[in-house]
Write a protein that binds this ligand. Structure first.
Ligand code: URA
Length: 224
């Protein structure tokens, strides 16, 4: 497993993806009070679990500046994190709500908001350098949860692994070379929950398994 050399976080005016730059500029003009920039991760870099989403939602993270904050997907994600002890405090859908993450950090495969919530493959590839830095900067990282197939593939590519060996499958837990765990879930988007592809119960099952997995790993470390 190889992780690319560390890169600085993207500047506010990152120019790597022309389509996303144009969209960002249009949003800055239309909604100057919004964040409208590459959204930084949320949570401590000493966390054991990294959650990788797709990209900021237009009126969610792109508006508020915190991943999954202010849109439907965030409501479900933070409620579930709270149930499993990964978050403390009240999620108020804004970055000053005082919510604190426990043992988990959250980022996105693509840091800038894409039109129609759909990043292009070249944009995922451009942003991989920042995901690589993120992963490389988490000394206690044990597990990654990919929300959706694009996030899963971004993680696999970032780690220099072969996609065919690690296919995306909801509920699957992959053990990666080097011992890192990669868990897959359908994205907690409104579309997926409205269509019944992902129920809150199914989402909770993933966190229940991850929680068990992380405690097992902690016990093993404590015994060595
Ligand atoms: N908000 C994010 O930050 N990421 C997603 O993938 C969806 C909503």
């Amino acid at each position: 497993m190889t992780i690319a050399a560390a890169e600085a976080p993207p500047p506010r005016d990152c120019l790597l993806c022309p389509r996303l730059v144009a969209f960002r500029e249009a949003q800055r003009a239309a909604n100057p009070e919004w964040f409208n920039g590459p959204v930084p991760p949320f949570g401590d870099s000493r966390a054991e679990l990294l959650i990788v989403g797709l990209a900021p939602g237009l009126r969610g993270a792109n508006r508020t500046g915190r991943p999954f904050t202010g849109d439907y997907a965030g409501g479900l994600l933070y409620a579930t994190l709270g149930k499993f002890g990964f978050a403390e405090g009240e999620y108020g859908a804004h970055p000053e709500d005082g919510l604190e993450l426990r043992r988990v950090r959250i980022t996105n495969a693509v840091r800038c908001v894409p039109p129609q919530n759909r990043p292009e493959p070249s944009e995922v590839a451009n942003c991989a350098r920042f995901l690589a830095t993120e992963i490389g900067a988490m000394p206690r990282l044990r597990a990654i949860l990919a929300l959706g197939a694009i996030a899963h593939q971004a993680v696999i590519a970032t780690l220099g692994l072969r996609r065919a060996l690690f296919p995306f499958e909801h509920g699957r837990i992959h053990v990666l070379p080097g011992g890192l765990t990669l868990a897959d879930s359908y994205h907690c988007s409104r579309l997926n929950t409205n269509t019944g592809k992902l129920s809150p119960q199914m989402f909770e099952t993933i966190f229940s398994e991850l929680s068990g997995h992380l405690s097992q790993a902690s016990n093993q470390y404590a015994q060595t």
